[in-house]
Design a protein around this ligand. Structure first.
Ligand code: SF4
Length: 759
């Protein structure tokens, strides 16, 4: 016998049949349909995308819809297109038919148990009846009358449910018998905040695509995908996510070069939801796919805007042609939605339904699925289960009184019990527990020059940006412009490229979608690229070191209570034998003022030295420079002035510079580098002795370790640095609205020059 049913029903049947020996095969409706008609796999989707130039999502949509048509001429463009897609797939053996399954069914009865049957299902069942016997068992429904409670706000609704759950637990109800249903993403914040105050845990769903592991996977996507997976493992990324990624990439093992299916894999990742569960959590259930008996269910979000679900006529097979197919009309779909949710709600014995009239962002109405009067809800006044929540509520009541003159009936009661420092604010950072910090970080920390620079400018800024990951949204183009230019230069310096094509490839490979305004801005900026490439190629004539490495990623591993990875990417390394020179392209106006290095600030050049000395043992550094590549050049500017703008800016090692720059005596390559008649450098030349270069590497190493020490000890005080009268900490900082910096927080320091010289 084959029983077609949902998972919850299968569990029930298995439980009831535990002692009976019967050979029953359980299948979901979807599994049965795929075996009865046809199935498809990733190869089918891949070939469909290639043949018709479809996106992954479009290919899936067509594949789902060919289930609902017959092999005939419809004289309708959309339906005939589906027929031709089906014929193409059949003629290329891209659909998977299970002929043995139909043979198997001939000697096995099929039972559709508690399944909601559609028009397409009924057509299939009629066909099925020609080969075997079919039984349909209707789902059984109860008819209870639930209580419906109205709340003014979403927070009140959620808090009421939290209190009621606490009461149930107090009265001895096992937490596994308490369920929540109806909520959507809008409830995430409210539930997280309020349930935390009541010590209640609830599972959550996150999009796999938004995780750091997947981000790293996409950023390091390689045609040899094993290399990408190994990189994730060596970076100790989340093991579960890596396993999911391995399953996904394995399903594409019919290609040799994974770049061919990169878009498909990214699209697939966008649709995968990862569930996170906790011990003793309140389970979230879908009441349509559950058989609830004595469990206590709280159905929130009973608002007309969400229940019943409304289908609108925006499917590929639109309402005007659905009659020609196996699909139901939209009106029938909507009627069924209403009937099914009504039956599901009425079948639950211990059900409390709640809804809100407003959330922080919108107003709502009560749903009309059930014809039951609602009662006005309010929070219990005499006691509750959370002191924090009571204090928060007292603050809200005081706000209401002071701002609008409203006196809440609970105000005097709450005010008598709690003393709160209303309208006072202490901006002091209170050190977080380091154990919690390590757990939150997954016992690993990634650092870079940029994050270290932020730490030294103000540790609280680092905390907000890299620990709490509070992102003050910037336009996408501002985040990516540097990477786009680096990508073009890496490819354009050694060979001729089409700049437009190269940029488009970068945007596509990294799934970056720019607005029209941003594209216009990018068009303006990229006008400079051919000129930059020409100048940099010309500068090559002045350079003696002819070996090159581009975009070299270098990692130094540390361990200080947790694993730390310090990573940097050097844009261009020129070398020969043991002599090295380093260049970093900059699209911004980064300062190289070394006097701040003493405080760990502006150390990008020193950090590149440290990284390169770590990678290339025994390296001697002739120089280390920035090259500004976005100089907003005017078309009418004199060519020699333009070339001067693109000169390297940085420090040269007097001992080895002659082995790097052929023109170092009056450099055509390095800004301000020039020797006087007495063979000494002009005072404007930025030069260091070999000892000073080595001291700089030692300083960089110490500063990285000091920064690591600060972070792992959770030292995140508000301490913006004011150096020589200028507050460089808060300058350009986006977190002013969060930290409420006070004058007493500022750390005043003097500039330190010549600190690299050791006599
Ligand atoms: S505004 Fe200043 S004090 Fe506040 S976080 Fe930023 S740097 Fe720190």
């Amino acid at each position: 016998m084959v029983i077609v049913c949902d998972d919850y029903r299968k569990d029930e049947l298995l439980k009831n049949n535990r002692n009976k020996l019967s050979s029953v095969k359980y299948m979901s409706k979807q599994e049965f349909i795929r075996k009865f008609f046809f199935d498809y796999d990733k190869r089918t989707i891949y070939e469909l995308c290639r043949k018709y130039d479809y996106s992954y999502d479009a290919a899936l949509m067509y594949l789902e819809n060919i289930n609902y048509i017959d092999n005939k001429k419809y004289n309708n463009e959309k339906l005939d297109k589906l027929v031709s897609i089906k014929n193409y797939l059949d003629s290329n053996n891209l659909l998977i038919y299970d002929k043995l399954f139909r043979e198997y069914l001939k000697s096995n009865e099929v039972v559709f148990d508690s399944i909601d049957l559609t028009k397409a299902d009924n057509i299939m069942i009629n066909e099925l009846k020609n080969i075997t016997s079919v039984t349909i068992k209707e789902k059984e429904y109860n008819k209870y009358t639930p209580t419906i409670i109205e709340f003014k706000t979403m927070d009140e609704e959620v808090e009421y449910v939290a209190i009621k759950i606490c009461e149930l637990i107090d009265s001895g109800i096992d937490i596994s018998n308490i369920k929540i249903s109806g909520i959507n993403n809008d409830y995430d914040n409210s539930i997280k905040r309020i349930f935390d105050m009541y010590n209640l845990k609830i599972g959550k769903s996150i999009n796999l695509y938004s995780t750091n592991t997947v981000r790293m996977f996409i950023e390091n996507f390689n045609s040899d995908i094993n290399k990408t997976i190994e990189l994730l493992k060596s970076n100790k990324c989340d093991r579960d996510t890596i396993d999911r990624l391995i399953d996904i990439v394995n399903s594409y093992n019919f290609v040799d070069d994974y770049n061919l299916v990169k878009d498909m894999i990214i699209s697939e990742l966008k649709s995968i939801i990862k569930e996170i569960h906790y011990d003793n959590e309140i389970e979230i259930i879908d009441i349509m796919n559950n058989n609830i008996k004595d469990e206590y269910v709280f159905y929130l979000n009973y608002n007309q805007e969400y229940i019943p679900k409304i289908h609108i006529d925006d499917y590929y097979i639109t309402d005007d042609i659905r009659d020609l197919t196996r699909l139901e009309k939209i009106e029938i779909l909507n009627k069924k939605e209403r009937i099914n949710i009504k039956r599901a709600l009425e079948s639950i014995k211990n059900l409390t339904i709640t809804y809100k009239l407003k959330s922080p962002f919108a107003s709502f109405n009560k749903s009309n699925v059930l014809d039951i009067e609602s009662i006005k809800g309010s929070l219990p006044t005499k006691y509750n289960y959370s002191n924090i929540s009571n204090k928060v509520n007292l603050t809200i009541m005081l706000d209401d009184l002071i701002k609008y003159g409203n006196i809440n009936s609970n105000l005097s009661l709450y005010n008598k019990h709690y003393h709160i420092d209303y309208n006072t604010y202490d901006n002091k950072y209170i050190r977080i527990n380091t154990k919690d910090l390590y757990e939150y970080l997954g016992n690993k920390l990634n650092l870079s020059y940029t994050s270290m620079n932020d730490y030294y400018k103000c540790s609280f800024k680092y905390y907000l940006k890299y620990i709490l990951k509070i992102n003050i949204n910037k336009e996408i183009i501002t985040r990516y412009i540097g990477s786009i230019f680096h990508y073009v230069l890496e490819r354009g310096l050694d060979s001729d490229i089409d700049i437009n094509e190269t940029i488009t490839k970068y945007l596509n490979d990294n799934s970056i979608e720019l607005s029209d305004k941003e594209l216009f801005f990018l068009d303006k900026l990229k006008e400079e690229l051919p000129f930059i490439i020409e100048i940099i190629r010309k500068q090559d004539d002045f350079i003696k070191l002819k070996k090159r490495l581009y975009e070299e990623r270098i990692e130094i591993k540390y361990h200080n209570k947790i694993d730390i990875s310090f990573v940097g990417i050097i844009d261009k390394i020129m070398y020969d034998n043991d002599i090295y020179a380093l260049i970093d392209y900059k699209t911004g106006n980064d300062s190289i003022d070394m006097s701040l290095n003493y405080y760990g600030i502006n150390m990008q050049l020193a950090i590149y030295l440290l990284l390169a000395s770590h990678r290339f043992e025994g390296a001697k550094f002739a120089g280390f420079y920035l090259q500004h590549i976005l100089n907003k050049v005017g078309k009418s500017e004199d060519i020699s002035k333009l070339e001067a703008k693109y000169k390297l800016v940085g420090y040269s090692n007097t001992k080895y510079i002659g082995e790097f720059d052929k023109t170092y005596k009056d450099s055509s390559l390095i800004k301000s580098l020039k020797i006087k008649s007495d063979d000494l450098y002009y005072s404007t030349s930025k030069v260091l002795s070999d000892d000073e270069v080595n001291n700089l590497i030692i300083l960089a190493s110490n500063k990285v370790e000091e920064c690591i020490d600060g972070v792992v000890n959770a030292n995140f005080n508000i301490n913006p640095k004011n150096i020589a009268g200028k507050n460089i900490g808060c300058e350009f900082c986006n977190y002013k609205d969060i930290c409420f910096m006070k004058n007493k927080d500022v750390v005043y320091l003097d500039k330190k020059d010549n600190f690299l010289t050791t006599n």
